[in-house]
Design a protein around this ligand. Sequence first.
Ligand SMILES: NC(=O)c1cnc(OC2CCCC2)nc1N
Length: 328
Amino acid sequence: MVTAEIIKKAEELRKKLRYHSYLYYVLDKPEITDFEFDRLYRSLVDLEKEYPEIVTPDSPTQRVGGKASDDFRKIPFKKPMLSLANAFSAEELRDFDRRVHGGIGAMPVEYITELKIDGLSMNLIYENGSLMQGLTRGDGKVGEDVTSNVKTIKTIPLYIENAPAYMEVRGEVYMPRKSFIALNEERDEAGMMPFANCRNAAAGSLRQLDPKVTAARNLDFFAYALGAEEGLDISSQDDLLLQLKKFHFRVNPHYRKWDSIEGVITGVREWEKKRRELDYDTDGMVIKVNDFRQQELLGATGKDPKWAIAYKYPPEEAVTKIEKIVVS
Ligand SMILES: NC(=O)c1cnc(OC2CCCC2)nc1N
């Protein structure tokens, strides 16, 4: 017979496990040992086994669901996922800046630069703090339901405290380079084709029918935008990134605010080389007008926002295997 104490005990364990998972996976600053974490986790598993009726879909024990996901149902978005126009030179960034100033008149403009993570963009739907659906971007209007695979990604919260009634969090699922290299070695040994790059490996891992396979691929997630939401009062991109961190999402730390496009160009040049030191692939920088009122003034033509642009770095040789071609 389930008592209020038992439910309270389960909720306390879930709260502790969420918090320590956040410290370990998102901040990489655990406060307890793995042994202590496992002990907490084991007590919740035992409690839920003894009283199956207290299990909640957002319990930490529900990350790797048993069932293979159905064939990626197509789900329309409440708010389309915009795509980015590209710039390939500093001059094109200056053209973008001229268009922005043309659109909003004499007001000063602040820009935010964010590393452009080379993964696949996702829409995470939270209702009353619980993760209800994880959708791939698809064509920007209709996504694919990969919820059971998304739930296996440890840095994606299954439950968020103090969240509004409805919120869509958007970001990039990616595979760290170390995991990509290890996965390709495994595939090579098994006589399978290697993935060409981290992005393809992440896409292939998210589209697995069995969540257990996805769970073993060590995917990760950086949050960078909100879709449809109720009750959040956020007025700029840098405030949004702070709010996403407060909700315990991983936010890429290398974003920066600039008060001129010349500053943006400095930032873009700085990361052209530096990005190779990172443990994940980037293919450029995303430049966004910081102020949301100015974003609204500029609007979006079709599917590209006029308040954001992606600067693309020239592609470097995708190194999967070194082939030596001996010219006789
Ligand atoms: N790949 C990325 O890192 C990335 C992609 N998209 C966006 O912003 C969306 C939201 C509004 C326009 C595009 N930001 C990013 N950092």
